[in-house]
Design a protein around this ligand. Structure first.
Ligand code: FE2
Length: 476
C-alpha cells in the first residue's frame, strides 16, 4: 500500500505533483487545426515522484517521467512512461521509497551505498534525439536511452563504455555536421573543480573528451557552442564537501568567487588552450544561443543577478531573482578580454530557444516562457508562474507575446516548418496546464505570429506535471 504524499510540500502538489499512471490516448481532441506539415514527436521530461519520498523532497529529486505527443497528418496520439532507472526498479520491488537521491545519509540501510555508486540517476530533466537514440538526461549522471515511440526503457547509455562522466541536460547539436557537444561538471568526482567536454559525431560515436580544470568547484547547468568556440560558464554556485561535513549546504551561492568563462577553441583545442575571461557577477541557468565572428563571441542568456534556489554558505536564502534576456560580448582580440553584458528585453524570461538550424550561428529569432503577473505562485512573495510564450526578434528588438491566462506554460519548443524554410518559419509547441480544469493541452502556434493565439489546442483529459525540458524528433 503506497503512503500519501505530503500535502504541504508545493512540489508534491498541483501543478508539480506527480500523476500515478502510465497511459496511451489516441486521436486527441483538437480545437483548431494541427498544421499538416507538422509531423514528429514532442517529448516532455520532468520529475514525477512515484512513492511518498523520504526526507525533505526537492523537485530535482523526483523520478523521471517522459510524455510524448506523436503528431502525424493532423492527428495527435499521447503516451507517458516512467523511466525504469535503477532507483525506480528497486523501489518498484520494495513498494516504497528506500532512496533519497539528494541525501546519501537518508536511504534505507540496505541501500546506504546507493546514491554514491549509482550511475543511472533520475532521468528527469530533458530529452535529446541524436545518432538514432532518444536519450533522457539529468546532469548528475549518464543519459538513459528509451524507445522513441513506445517510451519503453532501454538502459543507461555510456556511449559503449567511452563516457566516464555524467552528461549535462543541455547538449548542443551542430546544424551542419550533426556533431553533438556536451559536458559534465565535477567531472572526476564529487565536488571536483573541473569539467569534461565530450564530442559525439552524427553517427553517435563519442570521438573526443577534453578535461578542463576550473577556478573552483561549480554546478554548471548549460553552456554555449559556436562555430569556433566552446564557452563554459563557471558561476559561483559552489560545491564543497568540507562545508557539507560541517553541517552547511553542500551547494551554495558564493558571489565573492566571481564569474569565470572558460573559452575552448572548438576545433583542435585541448586543455592547455582554454582562455579564462571574467565578467561582472551574474547567474544563468539557460542560454538562448551564441555565435562568433572575427574573434568576437556573442551570447544571449536569461540572466539573473544572483542564483535563485540556492542558499548562501551560511544557509541563509540568497534572495529572490528574476531572469531577463541579456546579450554578452567577448572580444577575444583584446589583450585582456572581459565579457560585457547588456539587458536587451524588458520582460522576464526563462527556457529560451532558437531555431535549431541556427544553433551556434548568427541568428534573428528567439522564443521563451514569460509571465504577465496574472498567475501568482505561492512559492515566494511576488512570484509568478510562467503563463506567457514570447518571441524576441534580435533584428528589431520587438517582442510578441501570448498570455495563456490562468494556465501555466512549459518551455516552448520551436519546430521548423520544413528543412528549407526561412529562419523562424515554423511552429512553437508548448504544453499548457489550466488552473481551472487542472488538465493539460498541447498548444501549437505559428512561431512568428504568437499574438494571434494558437493554431491548435490539443487536449488531454489529465495533467502533465510541471516539468523541465522537452525535445523534438522529426518523423522519419
Ligand atoms: Fe535546464
Amino acid at each position: 500500500m503506497s503512503a500519501p504524499m505530503s500535502a504541504s510540500n508545493p512540489f508534491l502538489n498541483f501543478p508539480y505533483g506527480s500523476i500515478q499512471m502510465e497511459c496511451e490516448a489516441h486521436d486527441l481532441i483538437v480545437e483548431g487545426e494541427v498544421p499538416a506539415g507538422l509531423n514528429g514527436t514532442l517529448y516532455r521530461a520532468g520529475p514525477n515522484q512515484r512513492f511518498a519520498p523520504r526526507g525533505d523532497y526537492h523537485l530535482f529529486a523526483g523520478d523521471g517521467m517522459v510524455h510524448a505527443f506523436h503528431i502525424r497528418d493532423g492527428k495527435v496520439d499521447y503516451r507517458n512512461r516512467w523511466v525504469r532507472t535503477a532507483k525506480w526498479n528497486i523501489e518498484d520491488k520494495e513498494g516504497r521509497a528506500v532512496i533519497n537521491a539528494m541525501n546519501p545519509f537518508d536511504c534505507d540501510p540496505a541501500y546506504s551505498d546507493f546514491v554514491l555508486t549509482d550511475r543511472e540517476g533520475l532521468a528527469n530533466t530533458a530529452t535529446v534525439w541524436h545518432g538514432g537514440r532518444l536519450l533522457v538526461m539529468e546532469e548528475g549522471h549518464r543519459p538513459y536511452e528509451i524507445d522513441p515511440v513506445t517510451l519503453e526503457s532501454i538502459g543507461s547509455w555510456d556511449f559503449r563504455g567511452k563516457l566516464q562522466t555524467a552528461m549535462t541536460a543541455h547538449p548542443k547539436i551542430d546544424p551542419d555536421t550533426g556533431e553533438m557537444v556536451f559536458f559534465a561538471y565535477m567531472a572526476t568526482g564529487p565536488f571536483a573543480a573541473d569539467v569534461m567536454v565530450h564530442k559525439v559525431n552524427a553517427a553517435g560515436i563519442l570521438t573526443e573528451s577534453i578535461h578542463i580544470p576550473t577556478p573552483y568547484s561549480s554546478m554548471v547547468h548549460d553552456f554555449v557552442v559556436t562555430e569556433n568556440y566552446i564557452l563554459l560558464p563557471i558561476m559561483p554556485i559552489t560545491g564543497s564537501l568540507e562545508r557539507a561535513m560541517e553541517g552547511g549546504p553542500p551547494f551554495a551561492w558564493e558571489p565573492d568567487k566571481g564569474v569565470h568563462l572558460g573559452i575552448l577553441p572548438r576545433h583542435g583545442g585541448g586543455t592547455e588552450d582554454v582562455r579564462w575571461v571574467e565578467m561582472d557577477l551574474c547567474f544563468v541557468f539557460h542560454f538562448m544561443n551564441g555565435f562568433d565572428r572575427d574573434g568576437v563571441i556573442t551570447v544571449d542568456a536569461c540572466q539573473f543577478d544572483n542564483a535563485p534556489l540556492f542558499p548562501l554558505p551560511s544557509g541563509e536564502a540568497s534572495g529572490r531573482a528574476q531572469p531577463f534576456l541579456h546579450r554578452w560580448t567577448i572580444d577575444l582580440n583584446a589583450a585582456e578580454p572581459r565579457a560585457t553584458s547588456e539587458s536587451i528585453d524588458e520582460f522576464e524570461s526563462e527556457f529560451p530557444q532558437c531555431d535549431p538550424r541556427y544553433a551556434g550561428r548568427d541568428y534573428r529569432h528567439g522564443w521563451y516562457a514569460s509571465c504577465d503577473g496574472e498567475l501568482k505562485s505561492p512559492l515566494a512573495e511576488n512570484d509568478n508562474y510562467y503563463n506567457v510564450v514570447g518571441h524576441f526578434d534580435h533584428e528589431t528588438g520587438e517582442v510578441q507575446r501570448y498570455s495563456c491566462g490562468q494556465a501555466m506554460t512549459s518551455e516552448p519548443i520551436f519546430v521548423p516548418a520544413a528543412a528549407d524554410a526561412a529562419e523562424g518559419e515554423g511552429y512553437l509547441l508548448a504544453v499548457v496546464t489550466s488552473f481551472e480544469t487542472r488538465t493539460s493541452s498541447l498548444y501549437i502556434f505559428d512561431a512568428l505570429q504568437l499574438a494571434a493565439g494558437p493554431l491548435a489546442r490539443v487536449h488531454l483529459s489529465h495533467r502533465v506535471p510541471a516539468g523541465f525540458h522537452g525535445g523534438w524528433r522529426p518523423a522519419s
